[in-house]
Ligand binder design. Structure first.
Ligand code: SAH
Ligand code: SF4
Length: 425
């Protein structure tokens, strides 16, 4: 989401004559796009800003801007805590960035602007994408849930779907521009369309994407299990370019924890959902997010989460140690789990996750799989890297002119995180 927001910032700044530079010494404007999801990300911001301030002292006249979720929450206090910051903008007024830059340039005084919600008549925001094969398309802003650990609803506001007309236009333009893959993006994409009149669902968008011949793959990220309705699964099964890939964050494998997280489902509900998916799409890749060390999580409850990974057989899981966040109820609960314990649980869980991923990846040995070639491998320029429809990374030898193409690769080795193989066609 942040990367996509950054691409929109680039689009907006291009309109007032800014270009990107690889040389930080040359920058007239430096923007930090911040993430508030965990404390770790937030802490890094102030060390960045400290370093940037030194650069500013060395090369005066440049502007420093801070945007994103931390800026949305911190507002004015960012300027007090980090002198040298010229512009603070939030998640609801990204489109105002060019005006704020001009304002800071003329007034030579700090500019802070935070909106409490998205404006009704949000203008179309230009975008400069950093990838020419795969594109993000935001379909819904905000989140209406109130999970007790999560800062997202506070900093991203209420759900607001973009219209099908707008999204379809953007997807068609991407097809014409040569993009092969689209990821429909939002904090809760599975809730897409409930606020539109007439109400729609994500399946409708997948069908629209299915009509665009040039787009070979469409995915969606990220959703809530409760909203992953049968009609969405049906659309993934029926629409040819919809990838058989479901990222469905469960967060914990224990009912008491799920209840205290206010997730609104049980482990059993989730298992039935996975069963529905696998009944319709037997080869579906299913990935998830898990949090360990939620306040009050007992050893037994933690082990329920570990067992769930083995039980469901996730292809991959993003795991995280619980991080207490401002404006969330669970941050103030007693029974916070000590840091060393959280990290021990995290390591234990990660081992279980890798074992399962490795086992599932090994099932692909000997198979020939369609790969969308994304670029050269960063370690070995003789090799190419791409992803399967199930979002698994595949490395293989091949010529640069295959970048952006769909190729077949015969899989010869697998580790928990990636596959290696030989080009077939
Ligand atoms: N809307 C998605 C998740 C969006 S946030 C959902 O409902 O599941 C992305 C991920 O960050 C979450 O899945 C969660 O695993 C993690 N996360 C959110 N808040 C967190 C916190 N306070 N501590 C640790 N991880 C957190
Ligand atoms: Fe956060 Fe996702 Fe829960 Fe929304 S549904 S509050 S984004 S974890």
């Amino acid at each position: 989401m942040n990367k996509s927001d950054s691409e929109h910032m680039l689009g907006l700044l291009d309109e007032i004559g800014y270009k990107t530079t690889d040389d930080i010494q040359l920058a007239d404007l430096m923007i930090l796009n911040t993430c508030a999801i965990r404390a770790g990300a937030e802490e890094k911001i102030y060390s960045y800003l400290g370093r940037w301030r030194q650069l500013k002292e060395k090369y005066p006249g440049r502007l420093i801007a801070v945007g994103g979720c931390v800026a949305q929450d911190a507002g004015e206090s960012l300027i007090t805590r980090s002198p040298g910051v010229d512009i603070v903008f939030g998640t609801h007024n990204l489109h105002r960035l060019p005006d704020l830059v001009q304002q800071a340039k003329t007034t030579k005084a700090p500019v802070v602007e935070i909106f409490q919600e998205l404006p009704e008549d949000l203008p179309e925001v230009p975008v400069i994408r950093q990838n020419s094969i795969s594109a993000w398309v935001t379909i819904i802003y905000g989140c209406d849930y109130n999970c007790t650990y999560c800062i997202v609803p506070y900093v991203r506001g209420r759900e607001k779907s973009r219209t099908v007309t707008e999204i379809t236009k953007e997807m068609k333009e991407l097809g014409q521009a040569g993009y092969k893959e689209i990821t429909l993006l939002g904090q809760n994409v599975t809730a897409y369309g409930h606020d539109l009149n007439p109400a729609l669902h994500l399946g409708h968008l997948l069908e629209e994407a299915g009509k665009i011949e040039e787009i070979k793959r469409v995915r969606f990220l990220t959703g809530h299990p409760r909203d992953l309705k049968p009609e969405i699964i049906e659309a993934v099964a029926n629409v040819e370019n919809a990838c058989e890939y479901f990222h469905i964050p469960i967060q914990a494998g224990d009912n008491r924890t799920l209840r205290r997280m206010a997730r609104g489902y049980t482990v059993d509900f989730y298992k039935k959902l996975v069963e529905q998916i696998r009944n319709k799409i037997p080869d579906a890749v299913i990935t998830s997010d898990l949090i360990v060390g939620f306040p009050g999580e007992t050893e037994e409850e933690f082990l329920n989460t570990v067992n769930l990974v083995q039980d469901i057989c996730f292809d991959a899981v993003n795991t995280a140690a619980y991080s207490p966040r401002p404006h969330t109820p669970s941050a103030n609960w007693e029974e916070q789990i000590p840091e060393p314990e959280k990290y021990e649980r995290l390591r234990f869980l990660n081992t279980a996750v890798s074992e399962v991923s490795h086992r599932l990846n090994k099932r692909l040995l000997g198979k020939t799989i369609e790969v969308l070639v994304e670029g050269k491998s960063s370690r070995n320029p003789e090799r190419l890297t791409g992803r399967t429809r199930g979002n698994k990374i595949v490395n293989f030898e091949g010529k640069e002119d295959l970048i952006g193409e769909l190729v077949n690769v015969s899989i010869e080795s697998a580790n928990p995180w990636a596959l290696r193989g030989t080009l077939v066609n």
